[in-house]
Design a protein. Structure first.
Length: 310
């Protein structure tokens, strides 16, 4: 007998659907949880080998896999779910004949609402896209995930209305990546261009498979929740740890400053405060990050900077 008693233990939590994952599905969800946890540790370990100013992509990517790790723990434990009446009842399909109600993991969408904007941020910062455009793409992404959630929780055919809004948002995201962001990445050239193109194609290819998985599971009730777990699980491993590893590897020789990311290093901070004190003592110093014209308060660490560091 399997040592996994999660389904039995948590059968008292919330309402239970007619059709839900079996222990096989639970085992697989826990496996993906472990993959995400492992990836998080690796990305954080790689971050520690870099100066603080060069860790932005490591931190974003490790955050993505950390959140997924927790979501997969919930799904393996049969938590973060709610029963929804299937629009299409299929008594002759052995896989899904039991529904009735089908298990919908809303926790999946909480994960995606937090992590898909971060995945896009990884890619759009690589392309040095102007921040207002980044904001627009991230908003479209949130619309896509929230419409997916609302559709999954809807039992009538109106669920496909939400799916359609989500698809429109996905097409907008794909357009921005393929045209706008690619133009910026090509202008940067070098490693940034290479890694943007590689990760961009990978992302677009994978992301268009999600609405298909949705159509077969939450939408059409065609495949069993165990098959759903494999479909989404494989996609999520490809879209998070594999995508993240590619991206971080691609950034190994890129200075974030060359992407317009002016991140202060500890040495710069020390220099700034030193210059600030000198300025207050009547010694003027120019240059990025220096205090100008004695506007500092004279207390190390509280001077106002006129540089463009963030
Ligand atoms: C939904 C249904 C509504 C229409 C569309 C969808 C697309 C979802 C996508 C999700 C990507 C998730 C990722 C997770 C990583 O772990 C919400 C399924 C278009 C593209 C990358």
């Amino acid at each position: 007998m399997s040592g996994n008693h999660a389904l039995q233990t948590n059968s008292v939590v919330g309402r239970q659907p007619d059709l839900s994952i079996t222990t096989h599905g639970s085992d697989w969800y826990y496996t993906v949880c472990a993959v995400m946890g492992f990836a998080t540790i690796v990305f954080m370990a790689l971050a520690l080998r870099k100066p603080q100013s060069h860790r932005i992509f490591h931190y974003i990517t490790a955050g993505i896999t950390a959140i997924a790790c927790i979501a997969y723990f919930a799904m393996g434990s049969n938590l973060g779910q709610t029963p929804i009446q299937a629009e299409f009842v299929r008594p002759y399909n052995r896989q899904v004949a039991a529904a009735g109600t089908r298990e919908i993991f809303y926790v999946r969408y909480i994960d995606w609402a937090l992590t898909t904007p971060l995945l896009l941020l990884d890619l759009l910062l690589t392309a040095a896209l102007p921040w207002p455009t980044i904001l627009a793409v991230l908003l479209a992404d949130e619309i896509m995930i929230v419409t997916g959630l609302v559709g999954a929780l809807t039992q009538t055919r109106y669920k496909w209305g939400f799916w359609t809004f989500g698809m429109a948002a996905l097409f907008y995201i794909a357009y921005e990546l393929l045209f706008d962001a690619r133009k910026h990445a090509n202008a940067l050239g070098g490693d940034a261009k290479k890694i943007f193109n590689l990760c961009g194609v990978w992302l677009i290819f994978l992301w268009f498979l999600y609405p298909i998985a949705w159509g077969l599971s939450e939408g059409g009730n065609v495949i069993h929740p165990d098959s759903e777990s494999i479909f989404y699980g494989v996609l999520d491993i490809m879209a998070k740890p594999v995508f993240g590893a590619l991206l971080i590897w691609g950034h190994r020789n890129i200075d974030p400053a060359n992407l317009g990311l002016h991140i202060r290093q500890p040495a710069h901070t020390a220099e700034k405060y030193r210059n600030g004190r000198q300025a207050n003592n009547g010694v003027h110093s120019e240059g990025p990050g220096s205090n100008v014209g004695g506007t500092g308060s004279g207390v190390a660490g509280t001077g106002h900077s006129v540089g463009n560091n963030v």
